[in-house]
Design a protein around this ligand. Structure first.
Ligand SMILES: *[C@@H]1O[C@H](CO)[C@@H](O)[C@H](O)[C@H]1NC(C)=O
Ligand SMILES: *[C@@H]1O[C@H](CO)[C@@H](O)[C@H](O)[C@H]1NC(C)=O
Ligand SMILES: *[C@@H]1O[C@H](CO)[C@@H](O)[C@H](O)[C@H]1NC(C)=O
Ligand SMILES: *[C@@H]1O[C@H](CO)[C@@H](O)[C@H](O)[C@H]1NC(C)=O
Ligand SMILES: *[C@@H]1O[C@H](CO)[C@@H](O)[C@H](O)[C@H]1NC(C)=O
Ligand SMILES: *[C@@H]1O[C@H](CO)[C@@H](O)[C@H](O)[C@H]1NC(C)=O
Ligand SMILES: *[C@@H]1O[C@H](CO)[C@@H](O)[C@H](O)[C@H]1NC(C)=O
Ligand SMILES: *[C@@H]1O[C@H](CO)[C@@H](O)[C@H](O)[C@H]1NC(C)=O
Length: 586
């Protein structure tokens, strides 16, 4: 009796001190905003840390890596693609659906391996030059320099992942889907990129475009997980298994193992999953999802990273908890935020539904720009100067000739576009920056933008234009004066451009330019003089359908361009503010 109660007492005490014996509650998405195609691993050898990579298309730095020790607090620790010399061809992609597609992150032999594809989506599916398959590796994923240059290998497809067995390495990938058959595998030398013969190992269950293959060895089986249905509302996760790595793979009768297709969930397009387990042997999965509801019209944040718990008994098929905003899952490791790397943390922790603090960037001297800021392809480094001598606490942008649309809305080439942004991560938010800009050449422009791709962006800027005859500006017709201009570019209908001369009383100081999500479907673009909020006016309300499309997610940022002209007037931005207002989860 006494012994029994002592034991009971001990076990109660032990579970309390571990603090993680009860099932967890957590919130999706775990990485809000443009973080599609997640691939995650648990690495006991690196201080019991979880690492996740996601795809980045034409964004640079590319292939973000998040790390966590508790599945609650996730930190952006850096980017695999962080130097132009690693992969010069990213400067040359044509089309917004091009760039870095789904990566797979794995740890083997004391090394982090990242296998992915640089796609030039303007070329034919069957053209092997469309699919530049590449391997990066690093000993220290926290150190940007540790990530190698790309090693290229030949595969007419994408969604490639490495697997090791019996001293050999293999790559499994999705063959170009218009010219299937689909999931293929070959032996590969990961250091040279030399590949053996590609063999078909699985054709999927009949859904469109079987892709995103991942293989797991468990209980004497090789489990093959894939995505099917395409990355829209029919997206799903399916599985097959085999006793041999090379197949034949037998489909699971319970497929799909994870999907929100044909549901009314706010979280749609769930698919492209990866599995990993924690130190207790409990399984988890990540996947991509869009918060669009089945209407699938308004999802400016694009494909985000969601997480779910998976129950996977020995010898059996896994069971995934369906994706929703509020999740219940396995106990999580105790809170532990001591993680190296540049940051920032994704806030709040996944276990809290609250909102993060406002982001306020003041661009102080001698500080690198925060690591979560992003460009479109490679930036010209000298076009971005924090705290130049004559304008402390501003970010000086030197204009690019190309505007945000650039050439054909697809190509830009090495000359680049002067643009720096952060991801939209909340349903409702306000993003603003204060602009000081005295354009002297017609067409010179600087402003703020909600940018999805070169052919989907909504801009509010100041641009030097001729007066169309008297009016608010006070001058004569044809005189060049700075105008406020809203302009949208999209495959869907956008309102016609609106421009008016900057009111006389606003011309001396800075102008605050703002993008605000007033509800889940519309942005309001506003402008007013710095420090005089009452004078701020809404220039345009516009549906976010214009930036709900394709593979990427909306970036909120600032730009400067001459619109093809010969100007070189710099623009000075200060007081960058991103204020989260509400996060919708159902
Ligand atoms: C980019 O693609 C467009 C549309 O297919 C094509 O017209 C253009 O020539 C391409 N540009 C380059 C540099 O490849
Ligand atoms: C790459 O593979 C394709 C398809 O098998 C083949 O036609 C092509 O010659 C290969 N290229 C190289 C450089 O090996
Ligand atoms: C996949 O489909 C191809 C083409 O239809 C067929 O030749 C092949 O046998 C199939 N492979 C498997 C593993 O089912
Ligand atoms: C969704 O419903 C359609 C139409 O009934 C069906 O063809 C499709 O297989 C369903 N998708 C999933 C993943 O259940
Ligand atoms: C805890 O979570 C796991 C994974 O979702 C689930 O299988 C299990 O039933 C849950 N346990 C309880 C007591 O709710
Ligand atoms: C969202 O805001 C826009 C612009 O103010 C408005 O036209 C639309 O009706 C609003 N939608 C909802 C659901 O309130
Ligand atoms: C953007 O640049 C393109 C190509 O230089 C040009 O055709 C277009 O007019 C520019 N847009 C504006 C609003 O000036
Ligand atoms: C830009 O400068 C070049 C060389 O001086 C000149 O030929 C061209 O007309 C100028 N373009 C514009 C738009 O002013």
């Amino acid at each position: 009796m006494f012994l029994a109660s002592l034991l009971l007492g001990l076990s109660a005490c032990a579970s309390a001190s571990r603090g993680h014996s009860r099932n967890s509650t957590f919130y999706n998405p775990i990485f809000p905003g443009f973080y599609p195609d997640p691939s995650c691993i648990y690495v006991p050898e690196h201080d019991h840390t979880f690492f996740c990579a996601s795809s980045s298309f034409n964004a640079f730095p590319g292939i973000p890596i998040h790390a966590s020790k508790d599945l609650q607090n996730w930190k952006l620790i850096g980017h695999v693609l962080n130097r132009k010399e690693q992969l010069p061809r990213l400067a040359e992609t044509n089309r917004s659906t091009s760039g870095i597609w789904a990566p797979t992150l794995r740890f083997h032999d004391d090394t982090f391996w990242l296998v992915t594809t640089l796609v030039d989506d303007d070329r034919p599916q069957a053209d092997s030059s469309r699919w530049d398959n590449i391997i990066f590796k690093a000993k220290d994923p926290y150190d940007p320099e540790s990530w190698s240059n790309a090693v290229h290998f030949n595969f007419t497809g994408y969604d490639t992942e490495p697997f090791w067995e019996g001293g050999k390495a293999y790559i499994t990938g999705a063959h170009a889907w218009q010219v299937g058959p689909y999931i293929q595998q070959a032996e590969v030398d990961l250091d040279t990129g030399a590949v053996g013969e590609w063999r078909i190992i699985w054709n999927g269950t009949g859904g469109m475009a079987p892709e995103g293959p991942h293989i797991y060895r468990k209980d004497g089986w090789y489990y093959l997980l894939a995505a099917e249905g395409g990355t829209g509302v029919d997206h799903m996760v399916t599985m097959a298994r085999s006793k041999k790595l090379s197949g034949p793979y037998e489909s699971y009768s319970g497929n799909p193992v994870l999907t929100n297709a044909n549901t009314t969930s706010y979280f749609q397009t769930v698919g492209h999953s990866d599995l990993f387990h924690d130190s207790n042997g409990n399984w988890w999965a990540v996947a991509l999802s869009t918060r669009s509801g089945p209407g699938y019209l308004h999802y400016p944040m694009g494909r985000e990273t969601v997480m779910t718990a998976v129950s996977w008994p020995e010898g059996e098929w896994p069971t995934f908890t369906p994706i929703s905003g509020k999740m219940s899952g396995w106990p999580m490791p105790p809170e532990q935020k001591d993680i190296r790397g540049v940051g920032p943390f994704v806030t709040p922790p996944t276990t809290s539904p609250s909102l993060p603090q406002e982001e306020h960037l003041t661009f102080p001297p001698h500080h690198p720009l925060p690591a979560h800021l992003t460009h479109w392809r490679y930036p010209i480094a000298t076009s971005y100067t924090a705290s130049p001598a004559d304008h402390p606490n501003t970010l000086r942008l030197t204009p690019s000739r190309l505007n945000l649309t650039a050439l054909n809305g697809n190509y830009a080439g090495p000359a680049g576009q002067t643009f720096i942004a952060r991801r939209q991560q909340h349903t409702l938010f306000s993003f603003s920056a204060t602009l000081r800009f005295n354009p002297v050449v017609e067409g010179e422009e600087a402003g703020v933008t909600a940018f999805l791709t070169q052919n989907h962006h909504l801009d509010l800027g100041v641009v030097l234009l001729p007066l169309d005859g008297g009016g608010e500006g006070g001058g004569g017709a044809g005189e060049l004066v700075p105008h406020v201009r809203f302009r949208g570019e999209s495959y869907t209908a956008v309102p016609a451009a609106v421009a008016f001369p900057v009111p006389e009383g606003w011309r001396d100081g800075g102008l605050v330019l703002e993008v605000r999500a007033c509800n889940a479907s519309h942005y309001a673009f506003g402008v007013g003089p710095e420090g005089r909020r009452a004078e701020r006016r809404v220039v345009m309300e516009v549906s976010n359908e214009a930036v709900s499309w394709g593979f990427t997610g909306t970036l909120l940022g600032i730009y400067a361009t001459t619109n093809g002209g010969n100007g070189s007037t710099p623009a000075y931005f200060s007081d960058w503010r991103y204020k989260p207002i509400e996060q919708f989860r159902d």
